[in-house]
Structures are given as C-alpha cells and as structure tokens.
Design a protein around this ligand. Sequence first.
Ligand code: AMP
Ligand code: MG
Length: 372
Amino acid sequence: MEVTGEKNTLICPVAFTPSDSIESVKDSPSIAMAAQVIKKGGLVAFPTETVYGLGANGLDADAVAGIFTAKGRPSDNPLILHIASPEDIHKIVTHVPRQAAHLASVFWPGPLTLVLPKADCVPEITTGGLDTVAVRMPSHPVALALIRACGVPLAAPSANSSGRPSPTEAAHVITDLMGKIDVILDGGSTGIGVESTVLDCTKARPVILRPGGVSQEALEKALGESVVISHHVVTTDGSVESLVSSPGIKYQHYAPKAPALLVKGGPPELFQELTRLALEWQEQGEIVGIVASTELGQYWQNEGIDTGKWQIAHMGSRHDLLEVAGNIYRCLRQLDETDATKILLESVSSKGLGLAIMNRLSKAAGHRIIGE
Ligand code: AMP
Ligand code: MG
C-alpha cells in the first residue's frame, strides 16, 4: 500500500498470464476488493488489452464525474462503456443495427468500440451530453473479471492525466494519478498498446472516428464493403475539428512535454532527414530526443553517426507494427524523463495497425509534420 496526495491509492498486483481466461482471475481478492470500491462510487485503474483504463460505474453520474476530475478531462469528451458480455449492450443502447451486431460478433471481445443510440439509463455526463454512447467488450481477463464482479458497465477512459501519453504499464498510471484515485490493479504491460478503434454505427454506413487496435482493413473484410475514416482538419487558429462529430478529436492528446515533430517518408530518405534535423538542432544547442526504430539505429551505426548527445527511445522494428504499437506511449513517456528540449518522431507505414500508430504520433507532434 502506498499513500500520497488526497486519496489513499492502493496498488494491487493481479497475477495472470496473457493466455489466462477470466476463470483464472475471477477469484482474485484484489478484483473482489476493487469491485466493492466501484460499487461504492470509487475509481479503479485496470489493465485492458489496449491501455490501462480508469474505471467507474458508468451508470452513476457522481462516480463518472470523479473520472473527469481525476484526469482533468474536458466534460464534453465522452467516455466508453465497457461490458463483460456482448448481450449486455442491450441494457445501454436502444438499437443495435445489423452491421454493428455483426462487427461485435467478429471483434468482441477486443479493441473495437461501437457508437450507438444511448438508452435512458446512461447518464448524460458519461456521453458528454450526446444521445449516443460508445460501447466495447475488452478481452483482457482482468478487465472482464472486474466488470463482471461489478455487475455494471464501467466507464473507462485511458488512466492518464488528460493530454498525456496513455498508460501501458501500472507505473505510468502511478505517475499520473497517484493520490487521485482509489485503486490501481497492476496487471503488467498491456498488449496492443494503442486504444480501441471507435466506430460510429449510427449512420447508414459505419465511420471510423478514431483508428485503433482493429484496422480499417479488418473492418472492411468483415463487412464486405469500404469503411470511411472521419477526417479532421486543422483550422487556421490551430484547433482540430472533425468532419464527423467525435468530441475527443479536437483535444490535444498523447503529448510529450517537449515539442515534437513527426518526420514522414520511407528509408533511406527518412533516416537521412531525421539525422540531418537532429544534427541541426544539436548545433543550435537543443537537447534532441528521438523515438527511433531498430533500423534507424542500424543506419546510424553503418554511417558512423555520433548519437552520443541524443536521447533515444527505442520503438522496435519499423517492420513489426505490433511491436511499435506496444512501445510508442512508453517511448514518449521515457523522453519526458530526460532533459530533451525537442523531439523527433520517426514515422511508420499507415497500413493496418500503422494507421492508429501514425494517428497517435501525429497528435503527439501537435500535427507538426514534415515529409511526404
Ligand atoms: P478515451 O476514453 O480516452 O479512450 O477516448 C474515447 C474516445 O471515444 C474519444 O475520442 C471520444 O470522443 C470517443 N467517443 C466516446 N463516446 C462517443 C460518442 N458517443 N460519440 C462519438 N465519439 C465518442
Ligand atoms: Mg485517452
């Protein structure tokens, strides 16, 4: 037990292996205790297969208000309700269109969030005043066991301070929310490392509001038709507006403390440009932080580049997008621990999971992007 800040935040390890089913963790005393906390209106951070979530009873307006306060989240940014079995969706939405039901049958449990018309029992604070609600069934055994033990849908945004990179380890939650929440269930590193795909299913055709763990290609394959992505525009005053309504899109997200620049393109030009910028900034007296792939590291070695003055966070092989997704938020947080004054982010392919990675990198860079 550790105590800081206003609340006594309990940190409780929950043992499981990734292949564990819900059966193996459902009797965990930590989960039973955490469920009691949720039932009393408290806040519990827990691992999911995407990132750590900050959970509260999603049908209790006061409990949900606590999430917004702990995270410092703008009140018009709605929350996702997490359920433990697919049929529970009917308790919180009024209608499940055929396509949405099909997608749930294919991708649940998993990193797909469906936006549907909300039922009256879902408080307005949960949906940021919208008449729709976002719903997902996660696959992580700890998440499923917790939701089941609570017996209510859990509103659970990422368990970080609003605007900071999402947490993929309990240590990240501790950094951001210690003393602000009741319990942290420590289930080790999360698997996928980027958040769920948010899909608006209230229109004639589904629209991706946020790319995530389920790729556009996988959705299209399941539906047998193309799925559009909600494109957002950066307005002249620098704010970001979605062409389709998803309130979260306009807020800055995932941002490291030092200003970051995303460099697009493919090797070798990408490596040359990143290196040129790093050397130029170093010359100007900046302390350069770089989120770099294994391949970029090899390029520096082959070219005999002196990287000794740079702070380098390793995102893994640029050819293994699962590995990159799992590392990206940790890399951004790692650079925050250094004295880097300017950060360079290496781009990856936008195919498959790469679309979600590039979306997060672009937001981390505040949409400052160079290259093709
Ligand atoms: P987070 O909770 O941080 O994973 O973010 C949830 C994302 O889902 C945000 O981008 C929200 O804007 C989006 N979202 C949640 N509920 C809705 C909804 N009812 N309609 C549209 N977008 C939503
Ligand atoms: Mg978030």
